[in-house]
Design a protein around this ligand. Sequence first.
Ligand SMILES: Cc1cc2nc3c(=O)[nH]c(=O)nc-3n(C[C@H](O)[C@H](O)[C@H](O)COP(=O)(O)OP(=O)(O)OC[C@H]3O[C@@H](n4cnc5c(N)ncnc54)[C@H](O)[C@@H]3O)c2cc1C
Length: 333
Amino acid sequence: MFDRDRLSRTDSSCIVIGGGITGLTIATVLQQQGVQVTVLDKGRGIGGRLATRRVQHSESIKGVFDYGTQYFSIKHPRSQTWVNEWLQQGVIREWCRGFGETDDKPRYCGVNGTRGIAKHLAQDLAVHSSTKVVKISYNTRWSITTEGDRQFEGDILVMAPPVPQSLDLLDNSQIVLPSHSRTSLEQISYHSCIAVLALLEQPSSIPAPGGIALADESLIWLADNYQKGISPQGHAITLHATPQFSEAYWNNKDAEIANKLFTAASNYLNSNVVKYQVHRWRYSLPKTLYHEPYFVCSSLPLVMAGDAFVAPKIEGAMQSGFAAAQYISNSLL
Ligand SMILES: Cc1cc2nc3c(=O)[nH]c(=O)nc-3n(C[C@H](O)[C@H](O)[C@H](O)COP(=O)(O)OP(=O)(O)OC[C@H]3O[C@@H](n4cnc5c(N)ncnc54)[C@H](O)[C@@H]3O)c2cc1C
């Protein structure tokens, strides 16, 4: 527990590094409980792996791509409550009940792409995007320095980037965690994933409802964002490479990567690619998980959370966020 004598709910402030779904969940819950919260994110757009991009080819051909998270489903009542609100507010909708084989579980997607969920959560929060934290220090309060030398201060620090990035930031700031905690956190590792965003001349032949999981050497997933309903002015296809392909070709030229993946996907593309972009996700899905839903530092008011603390999915990240926010809230007077 943090120092109860000093930290009261109404007087304390919290800095959240990372405006992905984890950081935004924590910030939303804490703000609802009266804590003053500031979210800092290095990305130009908010959302982290909730990522949607627009690519224009011509006046009439514009693609919209979900190139990180593709869809999500929900198991827990608390996240279902949030999802029901997002459905009502028109932020998300049901995409389908499965790809190929169906079941009774809704697969949700953002109405205008998954980044829309992050934008929706961010609208009521103090969020600073394009704000990369480069140094943190603690001396009765946290002092946060960003690229461009902006300063932020707070009583509690939440770190919600992928764990290796949080550990690098601690190292660069000469903040030493207790060694057993450090060792556990260092065990967390992630798959990488190369995503190719391809704009086609003609409709693809990806089967309805516009997504297919593949058991291929190089491709794990193909999505047709036109069929998905987020790209009405362009046949925008997202290709996700397997972890093995992504590791093997990480440093290859974009054109080489794209050509290999287009060949592997040729049965589904059915058309010329008029424009493409390649995005490399260094931290895609966690492959080893932490043994608790969040991490609390025993010597500093510092909490870490994210999908690697619960499950490699949107709902895993939300569950970690709920648990971390609950812990912080319980620690305040
Ligand atoms: C290719 C791909 C496909 C996926 N598909 C699915 C799917 O279909 N369904 C599903 O449920 N999940 C999927 N996921 C997983 C899902 O996206 C993640 O579980 C979830 O988004 C993790 O959210 P997060 O907030 O924990 O992390 P992130 O979204 O990674 O957020 C971390 C944030 O920290 C910021 N940050 C990092 N360092 C700093 C710094 N120094 N200063 C400021 N900000 C910083 C980053 O900019 C980022 O916004 C997929 C992920 C990928 C990459």
